[in-house]
Design a protein around this ligand. Structure first.
Ligand code: AMP
Ligand code: MG
Length: 411
């Protein structure tokens, strides 16, 4: 077990030795946001035939070699071919076929002249200029070639990818399954959301915040209720949860006051504790263990601490277990709009509201920074890591922030 490690060390541990979720096959429209489990190779050319990219006349380029405004070439129009149809006629010298966007190039033609550049009647078309053979023809396979890898393993499926799969005739796709995450709240003071509060009690909010964060990280959360501050009870809950879920998150019971109940419970069930405590606030007492390739995250009970350590350590673990290669949050340079005066001998994640205005990013810091303050989390969309000993910062300083989501309002 490592103790009191840096943020970087902790991040590399949660991304290490990962065993991905199962590969499942699902309908393409259900696959948005999943990670592709295999390369997708095209079994066809796209387009499947040479086609016209515009409305015009298909003809032989050699017929219009000497065409000019003064001496236009007049060709016989022998057919009309809209998209989705094929002309049964073959073009001979002196002939043209009126063709619509997306239609197959008729046999004999090696060029399409757009109809705005012509003068035409039903029977004839006049061409005023020469164009090289092959002009205005989209070749079979120009978009996607037979045998080409169109989508690579590890890619997050986006709307356009679903369209590509449809084009290729694939109604299903193989993806990494969602990671199933069980969430256990520990604490004698906790009651469920729908219960009255007795003296000294608070409602369990962490399980809900974290479950929503799991969903935002593309995982599948299950809230497994509240567990008393009792090592044996926590161990029993962990054991039964490990039978059903790929990852377990607990909150509470990791600070000194709780005598490290969760860490003891991790030990008791035979999990290997990977690290305990990270040199950053809030959330420093985080305990991370592994039980048969399943991660156990023991987060602080402080709502802000639990939420921030989730973003920093749990989110990347969930994403990488679901096959994602790039699990980093987007970092941007931003101009501080608030002062931050504290200098500490430990690293610190400060929550911020970052927005884009007049070509740049700006970050406001909320007034309440305490890790126990739940209300300060609402509206924040970014984190600013202050390293040990750095600061103070004043409004106007340029900082680097990690973006969690879009800002809700533009100021
Ligand atoms: P702990 O990490 O157990 O020492 O808890 C730290 C603080 O977070 C205490 O004030 C707890 O009451 C509070 N807390 C613990 N668990 C939760 C929870 N599930 N929801 C909301 N607050 C919590
Ligand atoms: Mg507690």
């Amino acid at each position: 077990m490592q103790q009191n490690i840096s943020v970087e060390q902790a991040k590399s541990i949660v991304l290490d030795g990962r065993e991905k979720t199962d590969i499942i096959e699902i309908p393409i429209l259900d696959s948005l946001g999943y990670v592709l489990a295999n390369d997708v190779k095209s079994q066809m050319n796209m387009p499947p035939f040479d086609r016209s990219p515009l409305d015009g006349y298909a003809l032989m380029s050699k017929d219009i070699k000497n065409a000019s405004i003064e001496n236009p070439v007049v060709l016989d129009v022998i057919d009309y071919v809209p998209a989705g149809y094929v002309s049964s006629k073959k073009i001979e010298s002196g002939q043209a076929i009126r063709i619509m966007t997306g239609a197959k190039i008729p046999e004999g033609a090696d060029i399409v002249i757009k109809y705005e550049d012509t003068e035409f009647t039903k029977k004839n078309v006049k061409i005023f200029d020469y164009m090289k053979s092959g002009a205005n023809i989209v070749r079979a396979g120009e978009d996607i070639k037979f045998g080409e890898i169109v989508l690579t393993k590890g890619k997050i499926i986006q709307p356009a990818d679903i369209g590509i799969l449809a084009t290729l005739g694939m109604s299903k796709v193989q993806v990494y399954n969602k990671l199933k995450v069980g969430i256990i709240a520990t604490g004698d003071e906790l009651v469920e959301v729908n219960k009255e509060l007795d003296e000294g009690k608070i409602r369990n909010s962490n399980s809900y915040t974290l479950a929503a964060q799991v969903i935002r990280s593309s995982g599948e959360p299950e809230i497994l209720g509240i567990c008393k501050d009792d090592v044996r009870k926590i161990s029993e809950n962990l054991k039964s949860a490990l039978e059903k879920y790929d990852m377990i998150i607990t909150t509470g019971g990791v600070s000194v006051g709780d005598a490290d109940l969760v860490k003891e419970a991790f030990d008791e069930i035979g999990a290997e504790i990977l690290f305990w405590k990270v040199q950053v606030k809030p959330g420093s007492p985080i305990t991370v263990a592994k039980y048969k390739n399943k991660f156990l995250f023991g987060l602080s009970g402080n709502p802000a601490a639990a939420s921030i350590t989730f973003e920093q350590f749990v989110r990347p673990a969930i994403l990488s277990l679901m096959g994602r290669e790039n699990v980093e949050l987007i970092k941007v340079k931003s101009v501080l709009k608030s002062n931050f005066n504290k200098i500490r001998n430990h690293g610190r994640y400060v929550r911020g509201v970052t927005y884009y205005k007049d070509g740049g990013f700006f970050t406001l810091l909320p007034d309440k920074h305490s890790s126990g303050v739940l209300s300060s989390l609402s509206g924040i969309n970014s984190l600013f890591l202050i390293k040990a000993g750095e600061g103070p910062y004043k409004a106007g300083d340029v900082i680097e922030v990690e973006l969690l989501s879009q800002p809700e309002t533009v100021r």
